[in-house]
Design a protein around this ligand. Structure first.
Ligand SMILES: C[S@@+](CC[C@H](N)C(=O)[O-])C[C@H]1O[C@@H](n2cnc3c(N)ncnc32)[C@H](O)[C@@H]1O
Length: 252
């Protein structure tokens, strides 16, 4: 909960339209870039990002790969990576948990957040990252190999909700970063299937006003078995307000 008696979701609701107006120049610029890429038949942005990282990053250096992806997203085409600012939330949690952490991620895209986390793990740590798009899984796998952390990440393809049915292990950190309306149903499945380790933390990105109201926020903040804090930040690579919810499970 933020300051005073106003809940985070009320505060976000009051800023929906102001934030969307702020985001208008960004949306128009992206539309222009999309049209240009379609007319010029440029490769898909995920493949273009991989080619850029291969040209500009030293192989085996995860920081160099992340820096190349940040540069591509700022200078070429937008990438919906967690980005360096909100990435710090994941880094802080992983430093606290330790290098043997087991991580479940919903939404791989081009592998940015998986690389950001995997570089803090030892070979005893592990990340399972699920994406509904085969192209995203393929690019993410290649990106993680380029960064030298491929052995620590298993990229699975399919809808998270379906893939969760066949996962039978416990995770110390869960990162929800796929389509926003799926956070609540997929978090419910993670809980119902007992996939959280004792004291696990669930981080949910993009709960800020630009993304509209998300029932996940009130649902998670009302739970007495989790201790949640809303962390304010910005939409990756933009000045637009965003936020993430960090929820620590109090255990069985
Ligand atoms: C915001 S991006 C993930 C960014 C990534 N976590 C990072 O920070 O580098 C969202 C991804 O979620 C994937 N996605 C959407 N719906 C999904 C679903 N039902 N199951 C799994 N992945 C999904 C999309 O294909 C997209 O690649």
């Amino acid at each position: 909960m933020g300051q005073g008696s106003v809940s985070d979701s009320e505060r976000i609701r009051s800023r929906l339209w102001r934030t969307r107006l702020q985001a208008l120049p960004f949306a128009l610029r992206e539309l222009g870039r999309y049209v240009r890429a379609s007319v010029l038949r440029e490769p898909d942005r995920r493949e273009a990002a991989l080619a850029f990282a291969r040209r500009h990053a030293e192989p085996g250096n995860p920081d160099a790969v992340l820096a190349a992806l940040d540069r591509f997203a700022r200078e070429d085409r937008f990438l919906m990576n967690v980005g360096p600012e909100k990435g710090e939330i994941l880094e802080d949690e992983l430093r606290r948990i330790g290098p043997q952490a087991r991580v479940l991620e919903l939404g791989s895209f081009v592998g940015y957040s998986a690389i950001l986390m995997a570089r803090l793990l030892s070979d005893r740590g592990r990340i399972v990252s699920i994406d509904v798009s085969p192209e995203s899984s393929e690019v993410s796998r290649a990106m993680a190999e380029l960064a030298g952390v491929g052995k620590r990440v298993e990229f699975l393809t399919g809808s998270a909700n379906e893939r969760l049915d066949s996962i039978d292990e416990r995770f110390d950190l869960v990162f929800l970063d796929h389509w926003k309306d799926l956070y609540k149903p997929d978090a419910e499945k993670i809980l119902a299937r007992g996939l959280l380790a004792e004291g696990a933390v669930v981080v949910a990105d993009n709960l800020g006003p630009m993304f509209g109201e998300n029932p996940y926020l009130d649902w998670m903040q009302a739970r007495s078995d989790f201790e949640s804090r809303y962390v304010e930040g910005h939409v990756e690579y933009q000045e637009i307000e965003d936020g993430a919810l960090v929820s620590r499970w109090r255990g069985r």
